[in-house]
Design a protein around this ligand. Sequence first.
Ligand code: COA
Length: 325
Amino acid sequence: MKYVKIIGTGSSVPEAILSNSDLEKMVDTSDEWITSRTGIKERRIADENTAASDVAYGAAEKALKAAGVSPQELDVIIVGTITPDFIFPSTGCVLQSRLGAKKAYAFDLMAGCSGFLYTLHVAEGIIKSGGAEKILAIGVDVLSKVTDFEDRSTCILFGDGAGAAVLTASEEPGILSSILNSDGNHWDLLYVPAGGSRTPIDEEVLKSREQYIKMEGNDVFKVAVKSMESATADAIAKANVSPEDIDLFVPHQANHRILEAVRKRLNFPEEKVFANLDKYGNTSGASIPLALDEAVRQGKVKEGNLVLFAAFGAGFTWGASVVKL
Ligand code: COA
């Protein structure tokens, strides 16, 4: 075994749609502002009974079906999320139970919007070490649960969803490169102040709304563009391919202006960039696998194609990866 290959993808989003015109009724904003600044038109929102593992389950079932793999064949389940069902146990374990994946061990991994790229890299390492044959890698987030719907600078950006990929040991090329980075010096530019061990939720927290996402959007924007650009260049070089060889760029769906800036710097034609953020907003850890699955289902990529992923998120964390499907 030389490589680790994606053999099936799946995705799932909650049914309820929150449109820009719905948001106009909730905060001082407009469809025009949101569309021109972000490219987002609507996003999906989970109801009060739906948690990360519920959305992940839908994506997992589809990915397993597409791969022709049963839950009982899985060796490992890794869930990249920043909105787990509980502080503990892991969403991976809750999902394992629901899938009946008895043989697997399961855990969560937290790397913000780069969660799925970290998940892919860790899964590749486990398979290459001989520790597993088949791994279910999931990116899921239900950011609506930690979004302040009174804060117009953040509530227009985020949405809920899940994407999944089944990975297996292979003699054929699959993951060709992974570049991962983090810079913890900026942890407080994008974070949820309360609800963890530093500041447990109490009445003071609820009054100050510290249980919700706080973000310095402008600072995040600038670093995101630079970081995604350098990581993509590094991932392309490490994979020993040239930018022209890439069939589809599937970036983290944060903001169309970030995507456009990175696309221009990489000199990619528009038709080589996959975007679905108009429908889903920024779904954090779910964004890349959700976009990949839609690209597969729409026939935008097929077996043998080269796909480039790039992500940036809280931490800061960022990375890029070149994968042969
Ligand atoms: N509707 C209307 N006006 C809004 C608004 C909204 N939803 N949100 C902010 N504004 C206002 C601001 O108050 C500000 O007004 P002022 O000039 O009177 O102070 C003005 O719009 C410009 O705000 P600014 O924050 O500079 O806008 P921006 O062009 O940077 O766009 C983001 C804001 C959030 C869209 C942008 O910074 C961004 O996308 N950042 C990256 C976010 C991200 O992707 N985070 C996750 C990383 S994974």
